[in-house]
Design a protein around this ligand. Structure first.
Ligand code: 13P
Length: 250
């Protein structure tokens, strides 16, 4: 049985004050969340204090990226060891905003994935197609290509007990959520693709949906056979909304 995961990607939002308030709100509501694994991914400058606030609770903390190198002259980057040092367990890797706005290639994303794994940080590996790609009918090809870059570098076993987030770019921050059927189709494709290489890895792999998931649509999406949770942007910034999504897994 795969445990449902609900992860909040706070993106570049928040302040000392609002981060404190958000964490207090989530912590207050955690008693009502018994099934989902809950992860929050604040901006890097707030990781330490969020880890501190989460300490002793069931909330896990992730970063929004990770360096592909382990140490040294990589200005602006944050290593896996540093993330572990402050208490992170997860790292979002390959988010479409990083790919599209900061030019991260499939190969760089794969190297970041590798760096996380070899240093004990669990990747939340993001993939997904643009609207143009969906309309051209190449959704599965795009997801395949993005996954293949990781498999080429690390082997399919690297996805054992792993987390992939399928985030159709056209659904991110647009309010235009994929229908449960659209999402399930891609999730089933992803699991099937992995199963062709290793059935056990496919069975254990959690595939999250991301893209305008909210309290109103989470239950139906998470109810799909191959949807094992969500990676939440906008709706993770309000404790009440985020908790409602976590409760959708109950
Ligand atoms: P929204 O939930 O705001 O659409 O963002 C999804 C996302 O990009 C999570 O990583």
């Amino acid at each position: 049985m795969r445990q449902v995961m609900v992860a909040g990607n706070w993106k570049m939002n928040g302040s000392s004050e609002s981060v404190k308030e958000l964490m207090t709100g989530i912590l207050d509501g955690m008693a009502s969340v018994t099934k989902a694994e809950v992860v929050v991914c604040p901006p890097a400058v707030y990781l330490s204090r969020v880890c501190g606030a989460a300490d002793g609770s069931a909330i896990k903390v992730g970063s929004q990226n990770i360096c592909d190198q382990d140490k040294g002259a990589f200005t602006g980057e944050i290593s896996a060891d540093m993330l572990k040092d402050v208490g992170c367990e997860y790292a979002i890797i390959g988010h479409s905003e990083r790919r599209a706005l900061y030019g991260e290639s499939d190969e760089l994303v794969a190297r970041r994935f590798a760096a996380a794994r070899r240093n004990g940080i669990k990747p939340i590996f993001c993939i997904g197609e643009t609207l143009e790609e969906r309309e051209s009918g190449v959704t599965n090809d795009v997801c395949s290509r993005q996954i293949d870059a990781v498999i080429a570098l690390e082997g399919v076993e690297a996805l054992a007990d792993g987390v992939i987030a399928y985030e159709p770019v056209w659904a991110i921050g647009t309010g235009k959520v994929a229908t449960p059927e659209q999402a399930q189709d891609v999730h089933a494709f992803i699991r099937g693709k992995i199963a062709d290489l290793n059935a056990d890895v496919a069975e254990g792999l959690r595939i999250l949906y991301g893209g305008s998931m909210n309290a109103g649509n989470a239950k139906e999406l998470i109810g799909q056979q191959d949807i094992d949770g969500g990676l939440i942007g906008g709706a993770s910034l309000k404790a009440e909304d985020f908790l409602a999504i976590c409760q959708a897994a109950e």
